[in-house]
Design a protein around this ligand. Structure first.
Ligand code: MN
Length: 399
């Protein structure tokens, strides 16, 4: 049975959906053993995916909204009942209510009278395909704080720096310039996911040390990309915020590993991904227990070839409607053209962005990644920061 299922899975995921649902009902009492058996037998990603898929077959997430006066003890009792039934509970503390997200097969709750337990106001299903990322799970915006700087509140944090870390001198010079202009974060790639294998791939661990030098010199927090699950620990030792790049938005093993790291992450939108797929990618991180996800719109592929990407500013208000997560905008990659970056940054702030990510280089003609063409000169960046102030005020924000 198991073998046929996995073979089917390799051929077509869609066609085995129905089989998975039937099989799941029969397997349910034995799921942990089956998962273990499948992993040890095949020790392959297909095995893990299959187990996850069949668990997902009847997955129906719901939230338990607790009363405004519910005590920590009452909430703890509800959580214990959920976990004892074999489900995962995720708590979100809001101003009015604490909400408990129940992840897993709701039928495992059986006859537990959740709605009549003390402290519980009501339960409701989350109808959106993404659950923990949805506004239904959490009404208030999530604030992601990094060393005192907050994404998702009134403040608009700015992350600036070169595409790649090229030398200590380069990154320290740029860090000082962007700090003076008002940025809170220095960015720069140590591990670079390049379209071609012969392009500069980044200086790796030595670049992380260079970023640390820039942090020590300026006090700016670090944002840098992590590309593979096994580098999460290393990069996490140096960075303040992980960046997960556009090419890795659907790298589900990386998403899960970052979900297990207790560190904020900027999740860039896949260049060909819908907003729903993007929020589902965020869900992978949230479901592993990391609540600090910052979404980043960085432009998508369209039929337009004049610009590098089409900066989808629709995504900002759409994400705010669908999700409680903060969303920042990267107009540098969104346009790919220096002369367009300032205008689109202003438009980003006007659209309600919760922060900005900008490429800035003091010597863009010698940039090692080819992204020099979209990098602002430091004086342009300084001027832009000033010009953004009245726009931020007009939309109720501060920069
Ligand atoms: Mn770049």
């Amino acid at each position: 049975m198991l073998g046929i299922f996995f073979n089917g899975l390799e051929r077509s995921r869609g066609s085995v959906g129905a089989i998975a649902n039937h099989a799941y009902k029969a397997w349910k009492p034995h799921l942990p053993e089956i998962g273990e058996f499948a992993s040890s037998l095949l020790n392959s990603s297909a095995a893990l995916d299959a187990t996850q898929l069949c668990v997902g077959g009847t997955l129906e997430t719901m939230v338990i909204v607790t009363k405004t006066d519910a005590t920590a003890e009452q909430i703890g009792t509800v959580v214990k009942r959920i976990e004892a039934a074999g489900l995962k509970a995720q708590i979100s503390t809001g101003e009015q209510h604490t909400v408990i997200g129940v992840i897993g097969d709701k039928s495992l709750l059986g006859d537990i009278p959740i709605e009549s337990m003390s402290g519980v106001e009501r339960t409701m299903p989350i109808t959106a395909p993404f659950k923990l990322a949805s506004r239904q799970f959490r009404e208030e915006p999530t604030i992601v704080a990094v060393n005192g700087t907050k994404f998702g509140g009134k403040q608009l944090p700015v992350i600036a720096g070169p595409c790649a870390v090229e030398s200590t001198e380069q990154i320290v010079t740029i860090a000082k310039l962007v700090k003076n202009a008002g940025a809170s974060f220095i960015r720069g790639g140590a591990f670079k996911p390049r379209t071609g294998p012969y392009s500069f791939q980044g200086y790796g661990k030595s670049a992380l040390k260079m970023l640390k030098a820039a942090k020590e010199e300026t006090g700016l927090s670090i944002v840098t990309e992590v590309m593979t699950p096994h580098e999460v620990e290393l990069v996490g030792e140096w960075t303040d915020v992980f960046q997960l790049g556009t090419r890795n938005m659907t790298n589900f093993y990386l998403l899960r590993e970052i979900g297990r790291a207790q560190k904020p992450v900027i999740l860039k939108r896949g260049m060909a991904s819908t907003i729903e797929e993007w929020l589902l990618a965020a869900e992978y991180i949230l479901a592993e227990g990391n609540p600090d996800v910052i979404l980043c719109e960085r432009g998508i592929r369209t039929f337009e070839t004049h610009t590098r990407n089409t900066l989808d500013l629709n995504a900002v208000p759409v994400v705010h409607e669908l999700s409680h997560l903060p969303i920042i905008v990267d107009p540098s990659h969104g346009t790919g053209i220096r002369s367009l970056v300032s205008d689109m940054t202003k438009a980003s702030v006007a659209s309600g962005a919760d922060g900005l990510l900008l490429e800035v280089h003091h010597d863009p003609d010698h940039s090692m990644t080819g992204d020099g063409a979209q990098s602002l000169f430091p004086d342009q960046f300084t001027q832009l920061m000033q010009e953004l102030k009245p726009i931020a005020i007009a939309v109720g924000r501060e920069i």
